[in-house]
Design a protein around this ligand. Structure first.
Ligand code: ADP
Length: 491
């Protein structure tokens, strides 16, 4: 068989994992770059704006408390924010600034008044980012409060001003002015860029190593399994799939293949055995038939009824063997269709036992109550009972006694076929249902069947949804049983 699909150039699983991992790493790096470099300004500005607003709120809440000075000190030192509080008339109430900051000193009271008015007009709050230049041009004037737009360069904010009007409980109106410097983002970006270059290089290296490692780890056992499967397809059933690593799915796959290989191996040895058995079993009766026929043709007086009977018996053996082989192949291929009808099981057993009337040295007992009915294929169920009784006859002991029992519990009918013969060794019990299996191949093969009888029994009973088994002790006989559902007449 040619595996054309293997020749087609397809990317291997290792490469696929490698590529997948590579793309993933590239995406992560790209995202980090976008967030750290491009969106950094906006993020930073947003955080700073939130911070200055909440600081203003904090000061407003603490305004009437005793520790206002401490609060302002904290804001100046820890938040790097200057605070100026003035009345609505432009008189400075408190000014808390760091040493470096001087621009509050340059704000006149007129400017403060104007700021108050315009902040009030804009809804009580006003936030503006500015550059040094813009500030000097517009602070306190129309330009600053937006009547004339500032020359804004949002990518380079250097300062942030937040104005808020407060009304105290005694109706005093105050203006809260907060100013903070924003560290130039550019220098941060440069630092980050440098960090990112190193990080990117490191991530590419690390990503590549991990990708190679993982892809090898996953693909190696798969490659091993594929090689094993190729061997299997060539007929090397001894192969074992003992791969290491690759996760539990791969382990399960290799175990399944091990089972399949073992199964194929068994089938193969059974096949070889069958050919040996069948050719032996075919040859024996054929030799007998041709031998006796020649004798009857060549030697006068040998044309006797006994000799003809031998030929007929041997021909029957051949027919049975061929029939068994056909049955098992039909049952195993699933092409066997059952003709389901109500079957009087008690009656069928009685009819089968009639066939043994000629075996006068054998004792057959059949214990049963009323006739029982099952839904099934009459011919096939007859074959089941016949095979069991036949085996009992073949293997029974010197008392040549075979006992059949029919019992009914609830709607379960159990039929037992017992003999007092050689029995079956415990370790062979589970094998006897396999096709072509014989416990004692050497001694019995020539005289007995094909090793297919019980396999046919089990397959037919399976098709009928029945259960079956055997209780046997070596040396004291066997009891084969099967159970079928009694036919419910209300059905
Ligand atoms: P065969 O055609 O060889 O009898 P079967 O499938 O019917 O094949 O039985 C398989 C094997 O099980 C037999 O070869 C025999 O060794 C064993 N066996 C079956 N029935 C009995 C029995 N009643 N007592 C002892 N051994 C039995």
């Amino acid at each position: 068989m040619k595996f054309n699909f293997l020749k087609r150039k397809k990317i291997g699983i290792g490469t696929q994992i490698f590529l997948g991992f590579g793309i993933f790493t590239a995406l992560v790096i790209l995202l980090i770059w976008i967030f750290q470099i491009t969106l950094l300004n906006s993020f930073y500005k947003f955080i700073k704006e939130q911070e200055i607003k909440s600081t203003a709120q904090y000061i407003e809440n603490q305004y009437t408390s005793d520790n206002l000075t401490a609060v302002l000190e904290d804001v100046v030192l820890n938040y790097n924010t200057d605070v100026l509080i003035a009345t609505e008339f432009g008189e400075t109430v408190i000014s808390a600034t760091s040493m470096k900051s001087t621009f509050f000193n340059r704000i006149s009271s007129t400017q403060l008044m104007s700021m108050y008015a315009q902040t009030k007009a804009s809804g009580g709050e006003f936030l503006e980012s500015y550059t040094i230049w813009d500030f000097s041009q517009g602070i306190g004037g129309d330009a600053f409060l937006g009547n004339a737009p500032l020359q804004e360069n949002s990518s380079l904010p250097e300062g942030l001003v937040f104005l808020k009007t407060i009304t105290l409980s005694d109706d005093t109106n105050l203006l809260l002015l907060l100013s903070t410097t924003v560290t130039p983002v550019d220098s941060t970006v440069e630092t980050l860029k440098f960090q990112l270059y190193s990080l990117t290089a490191l991530m590419i290296l690390l990503g590549l190593s991990v990708a190679i490692f993982i892809s090898r780890k996953i693909s190696k056992p798969i490659v091993q399994i594929t090689q094993g499967a190729k061997e299997l397809s060539k007929g090397n059933y001894e192969i074992s799939f003992d791969v290491k690593g690759g996760g539990h799915e791969i382990l399960a796959l290799s175990q399944t293949l091990n089972v399949a290989a073992k199964e194929l191996n068994t089938v193969e040895s059974l096949r070889k055995e069958l050919i040996a058995n069948v050719s032996h079993d075919l040859r024996t009766p054929l030799t007998m038939i041709s031998g006796y026929a020649e004798v009857m043709r060549d030697i006068p007086g040998e044309n006797t009824a006994e000799n003809i009977q031998i030929i007929i018996d041997e021909a029957t053996r051949l027919k049975n063997l061929v029939n068994d082989l056909l049955d098992i192949s039909k049952l195993e291929s699933g092409t066997q269709t059952l003709i389901m009808e109500p079957v009087n099981l008690t009656e069928s057993i009685k009819k089968i036992l009639l066939r043994y009337d000629k075996l006068v040295d054998y004792n057959f007992d059949f214990y049963h109550g009323d006739d029982v009915y099952v839904m099934g294929d009459d011919l096939k169920l007859t074959q089941v009972i016949y095979n069991l009784v036949n085996n009992a006859v073949t293997y029974t002991g010197p008392d040549k006694r075979i006992v059949l029992t029919q019992s009914v519990i609830d709607d379960n009918i159990t039929i037992k076929v017992e003999d007092s013969g050689i029995g079956i060794p415990k370790d062979k019990l589970k094998n006897i249902w396999q096709r072509y299996y014989k416990v004692e191949k050497e001694h019995k093969r020539a005289q007995i069947g094909t090793g297919l009888g019980l396999s046919i029994v089990s397959q037919i009973l399976d098709l009928h949804g029945g259960t079956y088994g055997v209780i046997s002790e070596e040396g004291s006989g066997s009891c084969f049983w099967f159970t079928l559902k009694a036919l419910d007449y209300n059905d």
